[in-house]
Design a binder for this molecule. Structure first.
Ligand code: SF4
Length: 187
């Protein structure tokens, strides 16, 4: 089977790529209009491309159009789970359309390695997006491989971001960091 793997960043690619490549042919697709600011988008892409060059992989980059992400999440307001669901729908949908155009059999996503993502929402939105394009969604759950992904990406000296990607997630990560600091000060 030929699988087009939606790839959110270099560190998250490592384990899903190896796991899927054990049985299937894998293409790598960077489709992330959610990432803010553009410099961060470029940094994550450069990190991925550097790994891909070493590993002899080609990376298909879909156009960076942040307005697509804004349009997708408009109306979700402060509700993070609705926002993330809309974000999964958009990104996996973009990759599914590309997979159909290029004759791939299935789509998967590296988001499935992150314990910070909503695995059930990824499955639901991935299945719907792929059904619309007539390709299969390869549902994977690699969260148990996250520690190894972390270890390997550190060992490789990869850039590792400290927020998911969108502008609201940057603010949320900063607020969570402040809350952790405040809790430590209280101890
Ligand atoms: S937190 Fe991450 S998954 Fe959720 S909307 Fe932002 S970029 Fe997308």
């Amino acid at each position: 089977m030929r699988v087009l793997l939606h790839t959110c960043c270099g560190p998250c690619l490592l384990e899903p790529l190896d796991a899927i490549a054990e049985s299937d042919e894998v293409g790598v697709c960077y489709a992330n209009p959610n990432i803010f600011p553009p410099e961060e988008y470029a940094l994550r892409l450069d990190t991925l491309l550097a790994y891909a060059a070493d590993a002899g992989l080609e990376v298909l980059e879909l156009p960076y159009e942040p307005e697509l992400w804004i349009a997708a999440v408009v109306g979700t307001g402060e509700d993070r789970s609705s926002r993330c669901r809309a974000c999964y729908r958009l990104r996996i949908g973009m990759v599914a359309a590309e997979a159909a155009r290029l004759g791939y059999d299935a789509v998967a996503t590296t988001l499935s390695v992150s314990p910070y993502q909503d695995a059930e929402a990824i499955r639901e939105e991935g299945e719907k997006a792929c059904a619309r394009e007539g390709v299969r969604f390869l549902h994977t759950d690699f969260r148990d491989r996250y520690p190894e992904a972390t270890r390997r990406s550190r060992e490789l000296g990869m850039y590792r971001q400290n927020y998911c990607g969108c502008a609201p997630s940057m603010a949320e990560a900063a607020a969570e960091g402040e809350a952790r600091k405040a809790a430590r000060r209280k101890k």
